[in-house]
Write a protein that binds this ligand. Structure first.
Ligand code: AP5
Length: 209
């Protein structure tokens, strides 16, 4: 099964992808995560994209398409989290025969609260929220015991830039995938358990058909 997770910054793409990947044995491919890892390792790609990431702008299509194509080629069961983000990116993976696109719908006011309260494990990248998805011990990852940090792009200025790109470049994908009859919109505003239940039902339904 090949799935795409679509949604605004902070709408829960990473959280939902992680859950679905574990539940349905799919590979979770997060382009944001790939970019952050490359930057941390100071690779040539990481250095090239740093300027865009720091500002909260999208990395140019040709760079992202190359990375994603080399990651998904030959794979059958995956979730793409954060890709495609533009129409040219969607066109670049058209031969992949995606089964469904899950669009997480969340009002902008809620998204800002989620991003400002997000904490990430600096070692295993597990995601938490200071109010909604708390770790057992404050500031420490439940899974590996490492320190939780705030993402550098979760500051008000950078969040506002990320939203600009979302509205102009990514949102048109909703209509794009609607026309292809691949879009399934999920209300992402309820608590995590409710969202988990809704996406589980959806994926089970997709598997039956
Ligand atoms: P990326 O990492 O993909 O960032 P994003 O799209 O802005 O999305 P986020 O990771 O911020 O949020 P999310 O939707 O995953 O939400 P999460 O699950 O964490 O990309 C970063 C950058 O990389 C981009 O700005 C760009 O520069 C570059 N990039 C990446 N892909 C690219 C591409 N294809 N093309 C070009 N450039 C690219 O949840 C948010 C918070 O809410 C968490 O704290 C979580 O615990 C909490 N939460 C989740 N669900 C719930 C719930 N139901 N109730 C309450 N809280 C919840």
């Amino acid at each position: 099964m090949k799935l795409i997770l679509l949604g605004a910054p902070g709408s829960g793409k990473g959280t939902v992808s992680d859950f679905l990947a574990n539940k349905f044995k799919l590979k979770h491919i997060s382009t944001g995560e790939i970019c952050r890892e490359e930057m941390a390792k100071n690779t040539a790609f990481g250095t090239e994209i740093k300027h865009y990431m720091d500002k909260g702008n999208l990395v140019p299509d040709e760079l992202m398409i190359k990375v994603v194509n080399s990651t998904i080629t030959g794979k059958d069961d995956y979730i793409l989290d954060g890709f495609p983000r533009t129409i040219p990116q969607a066109e670049a993976i058209i031969s992949q025969k995606i089964d469904a696109v899950i669009n997480l719908d969340l009002p902008e006011s809620a998204v800002i609260e989620r991003l400002s309260g997000r904490r990430m494990c600096q070692n295993c990248n597990s995601g938490y929220h200071i109010k909604y998805i708390k770790p057992k011990k404050e500031g420490i990852c439940d899974k590996c015991g490492s320190k939780l940090i705030q993402r550098p792009d979760d500051t008000p200025k950078v969040i506002s830039e990320r939203f600009k790109d979302y509205h102009t470049k990514t949102k048109p994908l909703v209509e794009y995938y609607q026309k292809k009859k691949l879009l399934h919109t999920i209300d992402a505003s309820p608590p995590p358990e409710t969202v988990r239940k809704a996406v589980t039902e959806l994926v089970k339904e997709l598997k039956r058909n």
